[in-house]
Design a protein around this ligand. Structure first.
Ligand SMILES: Nc1ncnc2c1ncn2[C@@H]1O[C@H](COP(=O)(O)OP(=O)(O)OP(=O)(O)O)[C@@H](O)[C@H]1O
Ligand SMILES: [Mg+2]
Length: 265
């Protein structure tokens, strides 16, 4: 067993106020092992950044947490409850997890407001007035109140991505998963979406983000997890993982990132 694998798997001991916990999670697609032995603990009000090469399993990990993929082995806990237990109520679990992906996935034929209130009204059975009041309050907070009645194609990419974030927040989730939410945006729009994430952090939202924006991960994350070959090879505060990586493979990954100019910020 390598040092890296020893640190993976079960992860640190469960602490109070832990929102998410992965224990020895294994996920394969056909014969390919994507997550081998992943352990991760996400404390309440903290931001965890998943970094790693393309194909290292960041999106897969998030899809497993949101139960879009079924894990082959191990366990995932949300607020101490095992959500990968076959008896868990998947819809109830998803209601507690907000997800935003790289592509905003807004419905083009619905206004911003209807996009946001669709799930609260259908899934959470909130009344229209209540759902719209909450949506407008969130839009206001993200500087989008004027866009409530617009259709998505009349919005910039950054605005659409912020609407997708509002939509994920509309149900009042316990945990927010943000998967490469700036990858499709040009640099100016990246800034406005990242400042929303900063605000959410200040408000105490617990988040897991995957990003290739290392400067941002360094700034916003409380812990950084480097995924490599199916395990969390290295994890720690950003100063340590970026400033003094312990594993050769982390160092190699980061030097490639520096070479591509993505570690500033
Ligand atoms: N539904 C699927 N069926 C088969 N293989 C899949 C599926 N989803 C992901 N994979 C494979 O799992 C591996 C991990 O993919 P994943 O999308 O999780 O990587 P990632 O770290 O998010 O990469 P990126 O940085 O490019 O977004 C890849 O080899 C991918 O081809
Ligand atoms: Mg991905």
């Amino acid at each position: 067993m390598t040092a890296g694998v020893a640190r993976a798997g079960a992860g640190p001991a469960a602490g109070p106020g832990e929102v998410l916990r992965l224990e020895s999670v294994r996920k394969t697609f056909g014969g390919q092992v994507v997550l081998r032995d992943v352990g991760l603990a996400v404390p309440e009000h903290s931001v965890t950044a998943l970094i790693g090469a393309s194909g290292s399993g960041k999106s897969t990990l998030m899809r497993c947490v949101n139960l879009l993929e079924r894990i082959d082995d191990g366990a995932i806990f949300l607020d101490g409850e095992e959500i990968t237990d076959p008896r868990a109520d998947e819809d109830a679990v998803r209601r507690r997890i907000g997800v935003v992906f790289q592509s905003y996935n807004l419905f083009p034929h619905m206004t911003v407001l209807d996009n946001i209130t669709l799930a609260p009204r259908r899934v959470h059975r909130a009344g229209r007035a209540e759902a719209e009041a909450r949506a407008l309050e969130l839009l206001e907070r993200l500087g989008l109140a004027a866009k409530a009645k617009e259709y998505p194609d009349r919005l910039s990419g950054g605005q659409q991505q912020r609407v997708a974030i509002v939509r994920a927040l509309a149900a009042g989730p316990r945990l927010l998963l943000l998967d490469e939410i700036t990858a499709a945006l040009d640099p100016v729009l990246v800034g406005e979406v990242l400042s929303v994430v900063r605000d959410l952090k200040e408000q105490g939202m617990t988040m897991v983000i995957s990003t290739h924006e290392m400067g941002f991960a360094r700034e916003v994350a409380d812990q950084v997890c480097f995924l490599d070959d199916g395990v969390v090879l290295e994890q720690g505060p950003p100063e340590q993982v970026f400033g003094d990586p312990q594993e050769e493979r982390t160092r190699r990954f980061l030097s490639r990132v520096v070479a591509s100019g993505r570690l500033q910020g």
